[in-house]
Design a protein around this ligand. Sequence first.
Ligand code: AMP
Ligand code: MG
Length: 326
Amino acid sequence: MIALGIEGTAHTLGVGIVTEEKVLANIFDMFKTEKGGIHPKEAAEHHAKLIKSLLKKALEEAEVSIEDIDVIAFSQGPGLGPCLRVVATAARALAIKYNKPIVGVNHCIAHVEVVKLVSDVKDPVGLYVSGGNTQVIALEGGRYRVFGETLDIGIGNALDMFAREVGLGFPGGPKIERLAKKGRKYIELPYAVKGMDLSFSGLLTEAVRKFKSGKYKIEDIAYSFQETAFAALVEVTERALAHTGKDEVVLVGGVAANNRLREMLSAMAEDRGARFYVPPYDLCRDNGAMIAYTGLLMYKAGIKFELKDTIVKQKFRTDEVEVTWT
Ligand code: AMP
Ligand code: MG
């Protein structure tokens, strides 16, 4: 079976084509602004302008024609309304024109599900860290439950905002990672765990304040920012592991590129006798292949969408979806 997936919840437009066994194509184009940040309408215009050429490229790379596709999947949410609507419209148009079934996919779930396409991981606790999202999720009782999540901004967003405030430019994550490697001194910053949830705005404000005070080295602040924020992510993930009794941890989302976060999470997993896995970066970031793969699993499990079910869900919750396909 072959599925085509369109991703477009935020600044990345992606088209992926997959089978049950492998990725045939996974094409991207990211909408970028000078200063970072996203203008939802401009990002949506970007997606509308590029969707046709990305589709064409993906089909060429996969060496299949649109007629060969068994199901069209699209990112139904959560995300930015204007972007979601462009993607849903494109998916509906394809489904109608070529008389194909259509499936709407939850973006956060797809980030974790796609891990199963490229590894033998079966039932992990997922730490999903990106610009807009930060969630610890795992399957329990037929749904992906949210064991912890950010109460304010995503960790990627916190890193990007800090970088912008101190003049490092966008995207901030990689720049902070580079600086942090040279940091030697730990500076106390507000710890981000609240119950099982996380909060990064206090940490961000204090890190910026410390920078502006002129008393601290930027390398030390970057180092301390990472250590504090990542320790919080690891703590919540560890508690979810303990609670669920699962023995696999996966790290997904754009921030999964960070080597220090990988190192910390992997050490925790090792301590607990759990397996740790990070997919290749093109399957970590927002991408069409993860939407295609999750759509394929859903469709194979008999999930059917009428056109009226394809309405976009800006606040689509991870635990709204009944997972009947595993
Ligand atoms: P996404 O939202 O999934 O597209 O991922 C983009 C986010 O990942 C941005 O906030 C980046 O700053 C962040 N990011 C990318 N590379 C790194 C890195 N090496 N360390 C930390 N964050 C990163
Ligand atoms: Mg994402």
